[in-house]
Design a binder for this molecule. Structure first.
Ligand SMILES: NC(=O)c1ccc[n+]([C@@H]2O[C@H](COP(=O)([O-])OP(=O)(O)OC[C@H]3O[C@@H](n4cnc5c(N)ncnc54)[C@H](OP(=O)(O)O)[C@@H]3O)[C@@H](O)[C@H]2O)c1
Length: 262
């Protein structure tokens, strides 16, 4: 799917789905602004792009979307003069129910997953209006399904779903599309970070087994499967008449997920 010459800004590009998207979009001819906080991981994504045969270096912006939104947009525009696609992918979660979620964690989750995304999008909109570009938000099935151990994260993703649909309506008549990809469980660093289990541990493997069972296809997803959905929605040839869509990849089979943390 060609993105030849398109300027694509990806947050959370230093790991997981965002990193896989960075490699894919680079291979399809996009010129990239990649946002992440971890310099080593961000550099390894840039190296992967190089190793895949792409000669154009991405712009790597080491930044935190909770505080650096203005710098992220200004460095992108300074370098490329334009923005065609914004992929709001950076997010994280902390386990907790209504009884156990610390308010500091709630605030941090909303500051990144909702407020940071809101502000970055607000600053990107004038540039997207100028280019008739589009936005793809990376949400989660947790925005649509209940998940007892991830209250604040689920709430933040429900907010992102509504954000997607409201902004889609705000901008549709001026030629800017806004869509959302909502992954099920995907094999990335996310669960290690969120749940605090080492990826090689027995506990981690047991939770992944439980996760596999909540999906109709009885397996967890891969980053490339999410990237294909992101690219489909971001591309004018495949999705020109699609806006405000929440595309699940793939939906949980159950309304409520009852996962035990061992
Ligand atoms: N993996 C899943 O099962 C799953 C399922 C549904 C939805 N999702 C969603 O998919 C998206 C990507 O997650 P992933 O699975 O790829 O997770 P991941 O491997 O943990 O990657 C998360 C990325 O977000 C970045 N990030 C987090 N907070 C940030 C901040 N304040 N400022 C800038 N960057 C920040 C991280 O940057 P650093 O590395 O630099 O810290 C990292 O690049 C998220 O929106 C997540 O909610 C994931």
């Amino acid at each position: 799917m060609s993105f030849e010459g398109k300027i694509v800004l990806i947050t959370g590009a230093s790991s997981g789905i965002g990193a896989a998207a960075a490699v894919y979009f680079a291979q399809q001819g996009a010129l990239l602004a990649l946002v992440g906080r971890n310099a080593e991981r961000a550099e390894s994504v840039a190296a992967k792009i190089r190793d895949s045969g792409v000669e154009v270096e991405p712009l790597v912006i080491l930044a935190d979307i909770t505080v650096d939104s203005e710098r992220i947009i200004s460095e992108t525009i300074e370098k490329y003069g334009r923005l065609d696609v914004l992929i709001n992918n950076a997010a994280f979660g902390v386990p907790g129910s209504i009884e156990t979620t610390r308010i500091e964690d709630y605030d941090a989750i909303f500051s990144t997953n909702v407020r940071g995304t809101f502000l970055l999008t607000q600053l990107a909109v004038p540039h997207l209006l100028a280019s008739k570009g589009n936005i793809v938000n990376v949400s989660s099935v947790c925005g649509m399904r209940t998940f007892p151990i991830l209250l604040a994260y689920c709430m933040s993703k429900a907010a992102l779903d509504q954000f997607t649909q409201c902004v889609a309506v705000d901008l549709a008549d001026r030629g800017v599309r806004v869509n959302c990809v909502s992954p099920g469980v995907v094999d990335t660093n996310f669960h290690e970070i969120t749940l605090g289990f080492n990826k090689d541990s027995v506990e981690y493997a047991a939770i992944m087994d439980q996760y596999a069972n909540i999906h109709p296809m009885k397996r967890i997803g891969q980053t490339d499967e999410c990237v294909n959905a992101i690219a489909f929605l971001a591309n004018e040839n495949t999705a020109a008449f699609i806006t405000g869509t929440l595309l699940t990849v793939e939906l949980s089979i159950v309304e409520r997920m009852f996962i035990s943390l061992i």
